[in-house]
Design a protein around this ligand. Structure first.
Ligand code: AMP
Length: 516
């Protein structure tokens, strides 16, 4: 007999929290929430292997808030009671936003501060001196404040380490270890991680006491009825042709993330799409944090259909000389051109960040490891939504594709016969020169720095005007050839005969079917 699912109101959660959950429209807990919340409320330490998009943030946020509300009934003194460690500023902001939503009806009792995103350490000092109940931050930032005695954690009751495996790949291991010296002997801990790597196991020994280990999902990706995965074998030029066709003919519908394997490729693809009249934003670690968060927030609000990104490993130079990506399974790392600028170590796109209602993920360049594939594709089909993943695979990327296939079993169908070129986009491709890409990168950094710094104060006072700021404007308008923006008739006919529209909105595609 199937077990009845435990509902939020049966978990002994405070009414104010239940009200906030109802406002979020969550009819029932996700699997991780159903299992983790009651155990956490019993006071257990938890190690959870949680798939991206599984609802893991609320799985620890609800018990943290509940714990503080309960504590406040007996202890009067104001103190920092919970610390949530995150690997990236984007995730910090997102966790903060989730806590804000959940504490909507008890914001006076549970004050939350995110110190991961703001650059100015001295400006954060007075905020921390007020001893907020919950501090969200990257390990390095929390450690800086502990060392500067801006923050004291002697009354800490709960420690959360979110995306623990990513913390390690971002090189935060030493910071986490140093930080642990500032904590009291007894506190409750939650460790959330997409994989249970050896590093995560060692962290488990350090911070968890008799933990309950939750490995809930057999697969790290949703089932094929929720997430459809397709792959197409094609070489460099055909990738551009294909993306042009899919976007221009709207064969891919809905919000789409396009992943490439370097910042330089981000701009190459953006400029190419500019040539053919498809606006897209680039999200990259060179841009100021305010711009990055603004892009994500506008994307979530539906301002843009397309974001071009590369995953965090290629952006945050790994400490060890592994191929770009840092995983043992990675292959064929391409050399990246150097542009003097500050890449942000605490940047993360393919993991952690909650892009909402993403209908499609396109791997324009195939990811360099199985993990990276899972994290990129995990940006779609989140919570209970449908999603589609489409991978372009060149001959050199095929071995990694085979690794993914081996690891994920039937999830990824075998590649179809090589894609046949019917129309070359050489004209548009040739217009995207190396110099053009370099200039576009610099121009965007300049533009965004201006937006981010000079206009920050203005926009704080006039938040509505911020909505007018778009990040998908043309970066190389002088060379756009107007004729490239039109779709040739023959192309429309050819492709509409062969390609099924890809969209997870309002359709029920047959699972595991290649589009050609
Ligand atoms: P997370 O894995 O925490 O990043 O959450 C992924 C997405 O699922 C977020 O957009 C959450 O708002 C959403 N979510 C979390 N819990 C639930 C729930 N119980 N029902 C529906 N959506 C949820």
């Amino acid at each position: 007999m199937e077990e009845e699912m435990l509902q939020f109101h049966e978990m002994g959660i405070d009414d104010r929290l239940l009200k906030a959950i109802a406002d979020l429209g969550w009819a029932q807990p996700t699997l991780i929430q159903e299992k983790a919340i009651p155990l956490a409320l019993e006071g257990k330490d938890i190690l959870a292997r949680a798939r991206t998009g599984s609802g893991k943030t609320a799985a620890y946020a609800v018990p943290v808030i509940q714990h503080i509300l309960a504590s406040k009934q007996s202890v009067r003194e104001q103190d920092v009671r919970a610390v949530i460690l995150v690997p990236t500023k984007e995730l910090g902001q997102q966790v903060h936003a989730m806590l804000d939503q959940l504490t909507r009806y008890c914001a006076r009792d549970v004050r939350v501060v995110d110190i991961s995103g703001k650059a100015d350490i001295s400006a954060q000092r007075p905020i921390l001196m007020e001893k907020p109940d919950v501090v969200v931050g990257t390990p390095s930032r929390v450690l800086i404040h502990l060392t500067a005695q801006n923050l004291a954690l002697q009354s800490l009751e709960v420690l959360v380490v979110d995306e623990a495996d990513l913390l390690f790949s971002f090189g935060f291991e030493a910071d986490v270890k140093n930080l642990l010296c500032h904590l009291p002997k007894i506190y409750q801990s939650f460790l959330m991680s997409a994989t249970l790597s050896t590093e995560v196991q060692s962290l488990k020994e350090m911070i968890l006491h008799n933990p309950v280990i939750l490995k809930l999902e057999g697969s790290q990706l949703p089932a094929s009825c929720q997430l459809q995965q397709y792959s197409i074998q094609c070489e460099e030029e055909d990738k551009f042709l294909l993306v042009y066709t899919l976007l221009k003919l709207r064969l891919v519908r809905g919000k789409t993330l396009l992943f490439v394997d370097s910042i330089e490729r981000c701009y190459r693809l953006k400029l190419f799409l500019e040539q053919v009249g498809v606006p897209a934003c680039v999200l990259n670690s060179e841009l100021p944090i305010h711009s990055r968060c603004h892009i994500i927030s506008q994307f979530n609000q539906g301002f843009y259909d397309y974001i071009i990104a590369s995953d965090e490993h290629t952006l945050s130079a790994p400490k060890t000389p592994l191929p770009a990506g840092g995983s043992k399974t990675e292959k064929g790392g391409k050399k990246q051109p150097k542009i003097k600028g500050t890449k942000d170590k605490e940047y993360g796109v393919s993991r952690g960040v909650d892009f909402q209602n993403v209908s499609n993920v396109i791997n324009f360049d195939f990811p360099k490891s199985v993990d990276s594939y899972i994290h990129r594709v995990g940006r779609t089909a989140r919570a209970n939504n449908q999603g589609t993943a489409l991978s372009f695979i060149s001959a050199t990327e095929m071995p990694t594709h085979d690794d993914v296939k081996k690891s994920l079993g039937e999830c990824v169908p075998p590649p179809p016969p090589p894609f046949k070129r019917t129309f070359t986009m050489l004209d548009a491709m040739r217009s995207v020169t190396k110099q053009g890409v370099k200039e576009a990168r610099l121009r965007e950094i300049k533009q965004e720095l201006l937006n981010s710094e000079k206009l920050k104060t203005y926009f704080e006072d006039n938040p509505r005007d911020l909505q007018l700021l778009r990040h998908d404007k043309d970066l190389y308008p002088a060379v756009v050839k107007p004729h490239m923006k039109n779709i040739p008739d023959y192309l429309g006919e050819t492709y509409s005969m062969h390609v099924h529209p890809l969209s997870s909105v309002g359709r029920k595609p047959e699972p595991n079917k290649n589009i050609f």
